[in-house]
Design a protein around this ligand. Sequence first.
Ligand code: C2E
Ligand code: MG
Ligand code: MG
Length: 637
Amino acid sequence: MTRISKLLLTILSFLMMLYVLLVISFSQGLETIHSDNFHHKITSIDVSDVVNANAGWEALLFLEGDIVKSELHYFAVLERTDLHLNVVRVKDVFSEMMMFSNMPLLLMVLLAYAIPFYIKSRIARKNNASLDFINNETDKLLASFNIQLPPSKQPNTLSQISIALNELNKHVKAQNIQTQLSIYQDKLTGLIDRHAYLEHLEKQLQRAEEAGTRQALLFIDLDGFKQVNDSFGHSFGDEILIQVAHRLQTVVRNNQLSRVSESFELELNLSRLGGDEFSIFIENIPDNLRAVEVSKNVLQEIERDFVLGNKVIKIGASIGIATFPDSASNPNTLLQMADVAMYRAKTDGRGIFRVYSPEMGSKIRRFHYLLEEMRLAIASQSFTLSFQPIVNVDDCSIDYFESLVRWNHPIEGPISPVEFIPIAEDSNLILELGNWILFEACRQMSAWYNAGMNKVRMSVNISGVQLKHVPIYDWVMDTLTKTGLPPNALLLEITESCLFHASNKIIEDLENLRKQGVLIAIDDFGTGFSSLSTLANLPVDIIKIDKLFIDQATINPKYEKILNSISDLGKTLNLKVVAEGVEVASQFELVKNLGIHCVQGYLISRPESSYDVGSNVIKKNLNHIALTGTGVCTPSK
Ligand code: C2E
Ligand code: MG
Ligand code: MG
């Protein structure tokens, strides 16, 4: 019911009440008019002067009684004769009756109508006060959020409050998004972080399970990013990461892989997991080909030049692909398996992708297991060194000992350096381990040197990671000083590939070490495909031909020719040539005939502990050592 119809109804009912009251009052008045109180109001009028009012509209008003009208007044007839009427004025009847008998009733009626109005106005006033209060509070809220409202045309509090609430609502929504962003967004690249990505994967995998669909996850790790960071600084590296994120966003869009969050409007299928690791999630793949396609696309994008200021940078990426439900059934494991596959891509040469297979998992578990065990072994000094003599082919006199690290694991038994050195290099544990190796080898050689082996050197294998991270000249000279070993009793073995990629600073350091008397050998020569022209410019004294060539030479004439040309190369460049891995007499004879100077191999001696070297080589040769400054190690029969 509208307000107007309500008002009309109230007025109508009020008028009806009034009418009923009047009618009742009048009939009561007529009954009591005969009392003495009204005698003075009774008059007599001629019948000819009056008009009968009982038939007109007045009859409605005066339901009972005999009413006449004379001139302008109405009269109630008390007595009728033929000529006269005894009458009393209607007005008097009303006024007397209202005054004395119906006044309280009238008042009650009035009150009955007034009270609701009063209550209503009280409520309205109260409401207004509440509205004012709410208005004030919303004003305060607006001020605290620093929200300026446009000037309002209607100062009406309700509409103002509604506008303010609207604004506050918008603001709170925006704040909500901001909070979610600050929790889930990676600050540098603006992509979602690992936490939000895992939450998203959880939902997606659940849906995929219900729908029975296949999904794929790409684990992308940049190749060469660390070098960029090391060479150009972290802000430069940050800029590269931002550009990588943009390129990956393009890949996601172009391949229609996008899924944007409704609440905070971020791409959910692309994440920066941390450092230089990114991940892309591919929904509903019919087969692995789709993931392979996207991976190729990612590699192409990352391999494009990065331009920063006036610098052009080249990096790459290694990608691991894991699929749901084949590789794993939950987000964490899926990510882990893709990581395992990525690691395989790295070890298989970088710049490529690999699809996870269970066989990869056991390798990575072994990797982490050995890494942890190695940490403990370093802390408890559980590594030892063994020493293998390298002898001159002519007289089998010892030219030098190669120190080789040994790890006898309490449960696993001896673990080969072929297995644990790459892990130590990967984790930089080689820095700590290598430090100990150099010190221990120099300390041992210093003792043997002082025992008379002053024409023999000790060789120590130096890893590429050490060359990169340790100031090689200072480190070696410092160790020599600490152990008391003269520089001309030391030899450093560096693999061919490390030496060819060494920076100018490293080459300079090696040159300076040579000036001090330290010799440098290229280890595993022949496996690094180095060019001869660069070899001529490197600071080396010795070439160690890899065992592979020695193995092949006795059965394959081509390899014999290669051995021959390496031997010639040594002569041309005035380098000493050593054959590694000589196991049988025929190999010994062959290398001797090719003019190779020295041999190392089981035929002469296996790597031995310092104790065994002391009792088998030194004690048996004391006189010879005293005369020549070196021992002899003849081939075993
Ligand atoms: P490498 O520097 O080329 O060392 C020579 C390897 O050939 C040694 O293996 C040695 O035991 C083995 N060897 C020598 N003669 C023969 C032979 O006649 N037949 C066979 N089958 N093998 C022979 P080892 O000790 O297992 O070391 C393997 C590799 O591990 C080394 O190759 C070197 O790259 C690395 N390594 C060993 N010790 C150290 C170390 O102290 N520091 C560093 N950075 N790397 C090391
Ligand atoms: Mg070596
Ligand atoms: Mg070698």
